[in-house]
Each structure stands twice: as structure tokens, then as C-alpha cells.
Design a protein around this ligand. Structure first.
Ligand code: RB5
Length: 141
């Protein structure tokens, strides 16, 4: 799976761990920044990740900011993006099975690395269930 990954400064350290972890799992990563702890604006990063997904360059995206809230608000303003802010693996799994989330959002100042990587693994390994859930997603368009 090819996954676009991005963060602002608040999510930078966790984002670096996520990039490394995805590589270890055998996924291809398109990293859109940021590249240091220097302050950047999360809407810009969210736009870059969403663009990769919208254009079909990546099958999914992962965004990290301090809380995960800013990037999830920003990502969900983009057409065809279903961004899910997750703090544990259950909602990550359900966001794929039921909501076909195509962007995962994480809060680098909220969850620790073990929980975060558990969420990431669950999210990339879970498929959309389709059926009645597709009918509900169709109601958005
Ligand atoms: C940056 O300080 C912080 O506001 C940002 O990372 C995020 O938490 C916003 O929702």
C-alpha cells in the first residue's frame, strides 16, 4: 500500500516513527513533511496529504498534529476525504470497516508511540466492509 504521511511540528516526532514503522511493514511512504520541529501550519500539510489521496497517487494518508484535531478538521474539508481521528485501535478498525476512512489522524501529544503504532497497523490492515456501509457513504455525495 502506498501511503502519504504528513505532520506539523506538534506531530513531527510521532510522524517520524510512523514513517519508519510503515517501511518495516513493507508499505511505500510518500512523505510530505514537515521536516523538523520548526513551526508550520497544519492546514498546509493536510492539503498535501489529501491531494495525494484525491489524485490517486496514494491509497491512503496519515496525518499527525499535536492533538490530531486540527488535521482532521482540515482533511475533512477536502472532497472525497474521510478522515478519522483515532486514539485506539478499535475506532481505527471501525473507521476502515464501516466508514472506509482514507485518512488516519493521530495526536502526537495525546497518545504514546505503542498505542499509535497499534492504531497504524490496525488501520492499514483493515479493509472496508462495503454493503450497507457503502449505501451510507453514497449519501454524502
Ligand atoms: C500546534 O501547536 C497545534 O496547535 C497543532 O499541532 C494541533 O494540535 C492543532 O490542532
Amino acid at each position: 500500500m502506498k501511503i502519504a504521511v504528513g505532520s506539523d511540528h506538534g506531530g513531527f516526532e510521532l510522524k517520524e516513527l510512523v514513517v519508519q514503522f510503515l517501511g518495516e511493514l513493507g508499505h511505500e511512504v510518500e512523505s510530505v513533511g514537515c521536516h523538523s520541529l520548526e513551526s508550520v501550519d497544519y492546514p498546509d500539510i493536510a492539503e498535501k496529504v489529501c491531494h495525494q489521496v484525491q489524485e490517486g497517487h496514494c491509497e491512503g494518508g496519515i496525518l499527525v498534529c499535536g492533538t490530531g484535531i486540527g488535521v482532521s478538521i482540515a482533511a475533512n474539508r477536502h472532497k472525497e476525504i474521510r478522515a478519522a481521528l483515532c486514539h485506539e485501535a478499535f475506532t481505527a478498525r471501525m473507521s476502515r470497516e464501516h466508514n472506509n476512512s482514507n485518512v488516519l489522524c493521530l495526536g502526537g501529544r495525546v497518545i504514546g508511540p505503542e498505542i499509535a503504532l497499534d492504531i497504524v497497523r490496525t488501520w492499514v490492515e483493515t479493509a472496508f466492509a462495503g454493503g450497507r456501509h457503502q449505501r451510507r457513504l453514497d449519501m454524502f455525495s
